[in-house]
Design a binder for this molecule. Structure first.
Ligand SMILES: [Zn+2]
Length: 314
C-alpha cells in the first residue's frame, strides 16, 4: 500500500501533466513554492501540512479518485489544542460516525457539499458594534437583564443537540476514560453537522473540563451554527483531516461567546467599581481569563489595571 504522501505525489504529477502545467506554473496556481513541489516530485521531501491541504484542494475530485481526497476528510469541527494526538482524533472520529448514525443523519451528501463549499469563498465577519448588538439581542431573547449571569449549558438551541461525552453510548468505557482523563486537555468539543444544509448538529462536549470552560465551549459552537458559518476549511489534525471555520469566523464566535456570558454594561460597571477579574468571574460563572479577554476587547484594560495617567505641568 502506497502511503498517503506517495499517493498525493502521484496524483499531483498526473494532474499536472494532464493539464500541461510545468512545476513552476503549478506553483503559481496552488501557492506552494517551486522548490517544495520539485523536491516532492523527486521524492526528496514532504510538503508541510498547509501545502498538502492546498494540493488536495487543487486536486479536488481527483484526490478522491486517488483515495486520498476529501472523502477521507471528516466532516466535523474539532475544538482542540495543537497537542492533540492521533489516538484522540481517531477516538473522536469513531464517535462521530456513531453519533451521526444514532441521530439519523443521511449519508452520501458529503462529496457534493465539499465542492459547493470550496467555491463559496471566505466567511463573513462582523463589526464590533454588530457583535455587541448580536450578543445583546441573544441575551434579551433569553429574557436576561444586563447584569444576569447566563448558564449557557442550560440553553436549548433548535436543531442542536449537545451531548456530554459521559452521556453517550457511542464511546466505550475505556475510550471515555481516556478522552476525559489523559487526553482531556487535548480537546474541548467536536461539532458534527447532520445534514448538507447544516441545520441540525450534534456537539460532543468534553464534560471533563470545568463548567466555566464548558460554558464558553458550548457557546462558541452555538455561535458558529447561529451565524451560519460553514465548515469550508480543511485542517490537518494529528494524522487525520477535519474541518475548520474561517479565521474571521473563529474570532467572531469567540468574541460573541465572551460577550454573551459577560454583558458589556455589567462589565464596564464592574471595572469602574474596581472589582477584580476573579470577583467578576465568580459573578458570571466564567474563568478570570475570559473576563480579562473581555475587558481588553472593551478597551478598559488601563482602568482595570489601575494605571494612573496625568499631564506634565506646563
Ligand atoms: Zn470555533
Amino acid at each position: 500500500m502506497p502511503s498517503f504522501e506517495e499517493k498525493l505525489v502521484q496524483a499531483v504529477r498526473r494532474k499536472r501533466e494532464t493539464e500541461g502545467l510545468s512545476i513552476r506554473a503549478l506553483s503559481a496556481v496552488v501557492g506552494v513554492s517551486f522548490s517544495t513541489l520539485a523536491r516532492m516530485e523527486r521524492g526528496e521531501g514532504q510538503p508541510d501540512n498547509n501545502s498538502k491541504i492546498r494540493l488536495l484542494q487543487w486536486l479536488g475530485a481527483e484526490a478522491e479518485d486517488a483515495g486520498l481526497g476529501f472523502d477521507n476528510v471528516a466532516f466535523v469541527h474539532f475544538r482542540a489544542g495543537r497537542n492533540i494526538r492521533s489516538s484522540t482524533v481517531d477516538a473522536l472520529l469513531g464517535a462521530a460516525v456513531c453519533l451521526r448514525r444514532e441521530m439519523g443523519a443521511k449519508d452520501g451528501w458529503k462529496h457534493q457539499e465539499d465542492r459547493e463549499d470550496r467555491a463559496s469563498g471566505d466567511g463573513v465577519s462582523l463589526s464590533k458594534e454588530e457583535l455587541e448588538e448580536t450578543a445583546e439581542r441573544f441575551r434579551s431573547d433569553l429574557g436576561l437583564a444586563h447584569d444576569d449571569a447566563l448558564d449557557s449549558l442550560r440553553i436549548d438551541v433548535e436543531g442542536v443537540q449537545v451531548v456530554p461525552i459521559a452521556k453517550t453510548t457511542c464511546i466505550d468505557t475505556t475510550t471515555m476514560g481516556e478522552l476525559r482523563g489523559n487526553a482531556g486537555s487535548e480537546w474541548s468539543a467536536m461539532s458534527i453537522p447532520l445534514d448538507p444544509e447544516n441545520e441540525n448538529w450534534v456537539v460532543l462536549l468534553n464534560d471533563g473540563h470545568t463548567v466555566e470552560r464548558q460554558r464558553v465551549t458550548v457557546l462558541e459552537e452555538y455561535w458558529h451554527i447561529l451565524l451560519g458559518h460553514k465548515l469550508t476549511k480543511i485542517a490537518r489534525v494529528a494524522e487525520a483531516f477535519g474541518r475548520t471555520y474561517d479565521a474571521a469566523e473563529e474570532h467572531d464566535a469567540y468574541y460573541l461567546a465572551s460577550a454573551t456570558l459577560l454583558p458589556k454594561i455589567a462589565i464596564v460597571n464592574a471595572v469602574n467599581k474596581k472589582r477584580s477579574s476573579e470577583d467578576i468571574a465568580r459573578t458570571f460563572g466564567t474563568s478570570p481569563e475570559l473576563v480579562e479577554y473581555r475587558i481588553k476587547r472593551l478597551g478598559m484594560w488601563r482602568e482595570h489595571a489601575g494605571k494612573q495617567i496625568k499631564l506634565a505641568p506646563e
